[in-house]
Design a protein around this ligand. Structure first.
Ligand SMILES: [Zn+2]
Length: 388
């Protein structure tokens, strides 16, 4: 069974769709769909509670279990278990008495275990909260998948084969699951990895690396430049035009559909873009334009482009001048499913900045390298007609 497909089916959106078809559209074939809708909704809530991985979860079921959640957890576990143990199959036999009982029993056992863990760890004060995804066996399954892959997809490796595979995995690579595997990694939990290299989190790196380089004078200059750009229609239009190129490029390369959707829009007020557009240009959203405008102000403030790691410096300076709370609000729901320190919004903003700076740095370098005073240009007549 593909877990990810099951999770998509037993979701509240499927439940809503079923109820919509039954109650509002009155489609005959959806008559009596209510029980199925309830089933989907309940299973969805149980899945959510057993998969919490972010502090900022939107529903109660997606939030971590704090001390204060005791009452909620007890009620939820009780009602869920009584629901799961009363589900019957189409013949009216209790599902727990049939051969298909495994999944239902599994959920009941998980719920009881989570409640007991809560009592032991959170209520006693050992942990401040419990994120249940960390308890899931996804990580173990991915590890097994990686071991199987090493042995030429052998389902039952010998002890010797397992030892070899384990050693190789330990030393050579961080475990990553493949696209077609049963489980997909939902966060970046490190599973089995020994390395002599110091591992750094690249996203945090960027924020800290150039902390000391940003002087108050530069900051003042930046604000002046930023206001200048905002007041100049021409620069605004050009920035938006480049932003359009950036969003087109991101739209084509981003793996995440929701993020890719958030960079382009169907209408734009940019005169330059509308003028040049013959149907093929992408129009950037307001958020992309905002990020690019800040990037342009940073470019205008920076004076020395020949230092090492200039890209990192520019990105970190721009990140510090962006107000993350007002950017990509349409993705705030989407980001609740991700690592709070390295969610898609932050990654997306970094990508936009990187693409924008790449274009601008290329331009700056090419203008700098141009020989402005060509002798042939100046003395063209003299050189051409030298012998006459
Ligand atoms: Zn995304």
């Amino acid at each position: 069974m593909r877990v990810k497909l099951a999770v998509q089916t037993f979701s509240s959106s499927v439940s809503d769709a079923l109820e919509y078809c039954e109650k509002y559209l009155n489609i005959p074939s959806f008559q009596y769909a209510e029980a199925t809708a309830t089933f989907c909704k309940n299973i969805n809530n149980v899945f959510d509670l057993l998969n919490t991985r972010n502090f900022l979860g939107s529903t109660q079921f997606k939030k971590p279990l704090y001390k204060g959640s005791e009452e909620f957890l007890r009620n939820f576990v009780q009602t869920s278990i009584s629901y799961l143990s009363t589900v019957t199959n189409y013949e009216g036999v209790n599902i727990l008495q049939t051969s298909r009982k495994t999944g239902f029993l599994g959920l009941i056992i998980c719920l009881v275990s989570v409640q007991n863990l809560f009592e032991d760890l959170v209520k006693s004060g050992t942990l401040n909260f419990l994120l249940t995804y960390k308890l899931s066996q996804d990580h173990l399954e991915m590890f097994f998948a990686a071991v199987r892959r090493r042995g030429g997809f052998s389902n039952n490796p010998t002890a010797w084969q397992f030892e070899q595979a384990y050693k190789r995995l330990l030393i050579h690579s961080e475990i990553a699951s493949s696209e077609s595997a049963n489980c997909l990694a939902q966060d970046s939990t490190s599973i089995l990895n020994v390395t002599s290299k110091k591992v750094k989190n690249p996203s945090l790196d960027v924020l800290y690396e150039f902390e000391e380089d940003f002087s108050p004078d530069l900051q003042e200059q930046y604000i002046v430049n930023h206001n200048k750009i905002l007041n100049c229609v021409y620069i605004c239009d050009v920035v938006e035009y480049i932003a359009g190129f950036v969003s087109k490029k991101l739209g084509q390369t981003l793996n995440c559909n929701e993020c890719a959707k958030s960079v382009t829009t169907s209408d734009s007020t940019c005169k330059l873009l509308n003028r040049k557009n013959r149907g093929g240009l992408s129009k950037p959203t307001k958020d992309v334009v905002k990020v690019c405008t800040v990037a342009e102000s940073i470019i205008k403030t920076e004076t020395n482009f020949s230092i090492p790691k200039i890209m990192l410096k520019l990105i970190s300076a721009a990140m510090r001048n962006l107000n993350f709370r007002e950017l990509f609000l349409c993705l705030s729901e989407h980001c609740l499913e991700q690592d709070p320190l390295d969610g898609h919004i932050i990654q997306l903003i970094r990508l936009i900045l990187k693409n924008y700076f790449t274009i601008r740095l290329h331009h700056i370098n090419s203008t700098k390298n141009q020989i402005t005073d060509r002798i042939r240009q100046r003395l063209t007549k003299t050189i051409h007609f030298r012998n006459q």
